[in-house]
Ligand binder design. Sequence first.
Ligand code: NAI
Length: 246
Amino acid sequence: MPARNVIVTGGSRGLGLGIVRKLLESGFHVIAVARSKSDALRELEETARSGGQSALRFVACDLGELEQIPALVKRIREEAGPIFGLVNNAGISAEGVLGMMPDADIERMVRVNTLSPILVTKHVVRSMMAVGGGSIVHIASVVALTGFSGLAAYSATKASLVGFTRSLAREVGRLGIRVNAVAPGFIATDMTQSMTEEARKSIERRSALKRMAEAEDIANGVEFLLSDRSRNITGTILTIDAGGTA
Ligand code: NAI
């Protein structure tokens, strides 16, 4: 059986990079989409190369430019072949009191975190329909399910992915397409680098396992949801937070 193609948005760093690495290890072919290629991704591309071909492709795209999405998916389809999996991981966060947040920041966050995954999924699902199945994983967040002061608008974008996951799972299940989400707790990445040591300690203290989850844990969850081991799992939200919200 030929290797299955999986698109990972925001695959250049952080959780996305960890997901790309894990999927390559598991034998998937990966198409990483981000605004620019990182050194870490370049290294992975070399490692994944065999016989002049790499199991990892990079496609540059600003996913906030929504009008580019149809051409992006078409290009991936033409260059890589049928798409089996999609991981909607790219995302941005803006933190602060809602009343003080510039409208432009809120709008961009909704575009990148909500509209973009919905549109990418729309075009990828059409391709999956043609090949009779697939698996889609959205990266939501625990803040979609619990409250967090200073992240109201961000939480709204992540909660939208939860609703999207559940309804789309019902809509495309008969086509053999599964749709799930992972809800990570706080993970040390560029996105959360402003977190103080004190805040980190407090998250660890309040979690059931007295630690924070790591990028690798998220990658393991995503890989499971893409694999046939989860063939009867659709419409679920998998929380991975070391028991922070248990
Ligand atoms: P990050 O900031 O380290 O990486 C984000 C990735 O998304 C990068 O590869 C970046 O290039 C890409 N990206 C951002 N805007 C883009 C755009 N307009 N077009 C194309 N690519 C774009 O963030 P991190 O922490 O790896 O987050 C990944 C996902 O996980 C996000 O959706 C985030 O909301 C979510 N998440 C992160 C948590 C954390 O604690 N780090 C917790 C819960 C969810």
